[in-house]
Ligand binder design. Sequence first.
Ligand SMILES: C[S@@+](CC[C@H](N)C(=O)[O-])C[C@H]1O[C@@H](n2cnc3c(N)ncnc32)[C@H](O)[C@@H]1O
Length: 323
Amino acid sequence: MPPSYGTKDYWDARFQHEDNYEWLLPADSLNAVIRVALSSRHQSQGANGSCAPQILHIGCGSSDLSFQLRDLVASPRQVTNVDYSATAVQKCRQREAAALSATTPDGSGGGGGSDVGMRWETADLLDAESIARLAGGRVCQSGSPSSADGGEDGPFYFDVVADKSTCDAISITEDIPVRLPFISPRDAQKQTGNDDNDEKTERKTELVQPVPLLAVHMAVLTPPRTGRWCAISYSDDRFSFLDSDNVSGGGGGSKKVVGDEGVHGELLERGFPDPRRFWRVERRERVTVAPSGTTTGSGGHVVHQPEIAYWLWVLGRTEEVVL
Ligand SMILES: C[S@@+](CC[C@H](N)C(=O)[O-])C[C@H]1O[C@@H](n2cnc3c(N)ncnc32)[C@H](O)[C@@H]1O
């Protein structure tokens, strides 16, 4: 991906003209792993009590994945689609409204107002306030009290994160200024506009690599132990900073503790949470799109074509809560 893919301006301009585009793989390419993640959620006592499982679709763009996800759950309100491009979000919302109108005889879309469709949010996944807003979602429609309804005290969580190449776009975003020691965005509002507090606690701004920051933010939004992050990436290295053996040095100190795509020891010492505390790689699988082969060019010479393959990643949440 060229560097411009890591900027919001690029995506905003692109979505002005683009109505429907699928990155890397077809929209149904995550269905099987998400089904498994949802079924294991049913078998466990999830953090949202009796709330139906919730899916967070990150970087929805103009993909049909949103509509695939809606078909995997009982209620469209179980799917929250997020993008930082308001244009993309607005276009997707309009597509859904048009599809709903087309399925009701009177064209009303069911008469249920905005509640009949999926949830669509404009949010920057690397921004603490956006994450705090998503974490404050009260979207449970199970009819029975649950933490997600506000029926019980406790955080609201998304059970599954669906990510089709959004981690790739985020990987080429410039490093993000983050105040350290890190405070969970669930508490971000308490910190907003309270610079005095930062001075007292000596919080300092440091630059953090975007994918490890995304990993910590997704850990804030997902339930310890049962949460899953299902991603398609073009890179076999996308989440290698989560490998437990990706440790050099040891014995503390300011040595680099994870690879070039990861977090450095100095940042961990300054209070950035190690993403390996929250996620482990459960599955990393090559998905071949086109096998390698040869064709004969116009001059009769043989042209070798390399295999085209992408990567399916499933990350599992550990027991640890992000504080
Ligand atoms: C490579 S496209 C993938 C789009 C879609 N998932 C697909 O498979 O076709 C990356 C998407 O991530 C969105 N994105 C990039 N950085 C983001 C961020 N920090 N917060 C929210 N969305 C972001 C872009 O606007 C874009 O829609």
